[in-house]
Ligand binder design. Structure first.
Ligand SMILES: *Cc1c(COP(=O)(O)O)cnc(C)c1O
Length: 365
């Protein structure tokens, strides 16, 4: 007799993990939108200082980290939630908001964790295609909201397509969403967005108790190996509920210590963003010189569709290019694994890594 699992197990998609983790030495890893630079030495020191205390449980209230985030963002401690990565907060929000009969709305293609929420809860997912410029179509998303809707997710800038909407568009959208619907604005890449001051969206929280800004230490802070994210919320109820549905010690001791220290080095964050944007400009220019048309990136990665009229031909081209890059030791993500075949998603790395990627791509093309 085989073990009998719950019915939802057959629905929950398996997260499309990037390949190559088992490989010894891919030359260049540009598949997971990680920072190419290691954590700052001061952050590594803070982690080391925390390690002798691993016989103790971490602070379940995350009080120091919440305090620092509150000072940094001007949001009261009671409206901040911490997570074991921001994915933890996404899943918790799904748990807290969704159930059979409920609906959630998100764009597609967007972050590959979102489909987990309807599958796990039995809620109905309404996915709204991106517009011709690979951006969220907020008007179309608004039209899908009804009395059954509990959650709308907007990923800005959007993963995997790298595009962003202006704050004015987001603000108008949130104004139109009914108060019973939670809006999660997933801002994992907001620091790389040149359209806005990354902190501008925080002003929306005071007007919208149903809004949640989801942020992470995984990308610009280079701490994805430790797993720590946070949510800035429009209400005190939201962090309380998110804590209610999770295990008590979701954010580990080293992660809390690292995040607290990382927040002290905002100048380094700015400097890394500047370096990434310089790479973004030069890589996109080279891609265009190769006859490709990357989407307008406001993130630390680009989205490169293999245009043309024929989707089947574009998918074939994606597979050929993926294979060619892999043979040359370059790991990127295939669009087909991220919701849209016929494209590549490529993280901007260091100048050297990008040069290796571009040389390999040129050979393959
Ligand atoms: C990387 C990413 C996250 C962050 O995930 P963590 O769990 O914090 O590592 C969240 N949302 C999107 C869209 C992402 O691409």
């Amino acid at each position: 007799m085989a073990i009998e699992f719950s019915e939802r197990i057959s629905r929950i998609p398996v997260y499309p993990a990037a390949e190559g983790y088992a490989e010894r030495a891919p030359k260049v890893r540009l598949a997971s939108n990680e920072s190419p630079w290691p954590p700052l030495p001061a952050v590594v020191e803070a982690i080391n200082r925390a390690l002798p205390n691993l016989n103790r449980y971490p602070d379940p209230t995350n009080s120091q980290l919440k305090q620092r985030l509150s000072e940094r963002y001007g949001v009261p401690v009671a409206r901040i939630a911490i997570g074991n990565g921001s994915c933890d907060l996404l899943l918790a929000a799904g748990d807290a908001l969704l159930e059979p009969g409920a609906e959630l709305v998100y764009a597609w293609p967007s972050f590959s964790v979102y489909p987990h929420l309807p599958a796990a809860s039995g809620a109905r997912a309404v996915t709204v295609p991106l517009d011709a410029l690979e951006r969220h179509d907020l008007q179309a998303m608004l039209r899908e909201i009804n009395v059954a809707t509990r959650l709308v997710i907007v990923c800005n800038p959007n993963n995997p397509t790298s595009t962003a909407l202006s704050l004015a568009e987001i603000a108008d959208f949130v104004d139109e969403v009914p108060h019973h619907v939670c809006v999660i604005l997933d801002e994992a890449y907001c620091e790389f967005n040149l359209l806005e001051d990354p902190d501008a969206s925080i002003g929306l929280l005071d007007r919208h108790p149903n809004l949640v800004l989801l942020r992470t230490f995984s990308k610009v802070y280079g701490l994805c190996g430790l797993r720590v994210g946070f949510a800035l919320c429009g209400s005190e109820e939201m962090p309380r509920v998110l804590d209610q549905v999770r295990q008590p010690f979701f954010c580990n001791l080293a992660a809390q210590a690292a995040a607290v220290e990382a927040l002290r080095h905002q100048d380094a964050v700015t400097e890394r963003v500047t370096r990434t944007i310089a790479e973004r400009i030069s890589v996109d220019e080279r891609l265009r010189a190769l006859g490709l048309q990357p989407a307008e990136s406001q993130a630390n990665f680009c989205w490169v569709p293999f245009g043309g009229e024929d989707p089947e031909r574009a998918a074939e081209r994606e597979a050929e290019v993926m294979r060619g890059l892999q043979e040359r030791g370059v790991l990127v993500r295939a669009g087909s694994a991220l919701g849209k075949a016929g494209a590549l998603r490529v993280t901007y790395g260091t100048t050297d890594e990008n040069a290796i990627f571009l040389a390999a791509l040129e050979e393959v093309l």
